[in-house]
Design a binder for this molecule. Structure first.
Ligand SMILES: [Zn+2]
Length: 112
């Protein structure tokens, strides 16, 4: 399975496109492929793994902030940097997300 790729048309989403749309979708929602219009959703099992890996460093954020403060950065700069580093990490992890075809008839929007 390729990450960030439409399973129907093989269209590879750039990180920017991914952050614009699927990233903000809940695990049970779906969206239309920008290239072929097929309904897609994210792989739930994959998203769980990514959520665990992506969220893990959150517990380290205070330590990172403390470390930066000990390096004589101001508390504000330390905390903002720690949060930004964590956010970049989370985005990097979630960009490994896998798309799957949504259940149901691909033509369901059309009339019969
Ligand atoms: Zn597609």
């Amino acid at each position: 399975m390729k990450n960030r790729t439409c399973p129907n048309c093989d269209y590879k989403y750039s990180l920017k496109e991914y952050l614009k749309k699927p990233f903000w979708k809940g695990a049970f929602s779906h969206w239309k492929c920008v290239n072929c219009g097929r309904k897609l959703t994210t792989s739930i099992s994959r998203r769980w793994i990514l959520a665990v890996v992506g969220a893990a460093p959150a517990v380290l954020t205070p330590y990172l902030a403390e470390f930066l403060m000990s390096a004589e950065f101001s508390p504000l700069v330390s905390w903002v940097s720690a949060v930004i580093i964590f956010f970049v990490w989370a985005v990097a992890i979630f960009s490994l997300e896998v798309f799957v075809l949504s259940e149901g008839n691909p033509e369901e929007a059309g009339s019969q």
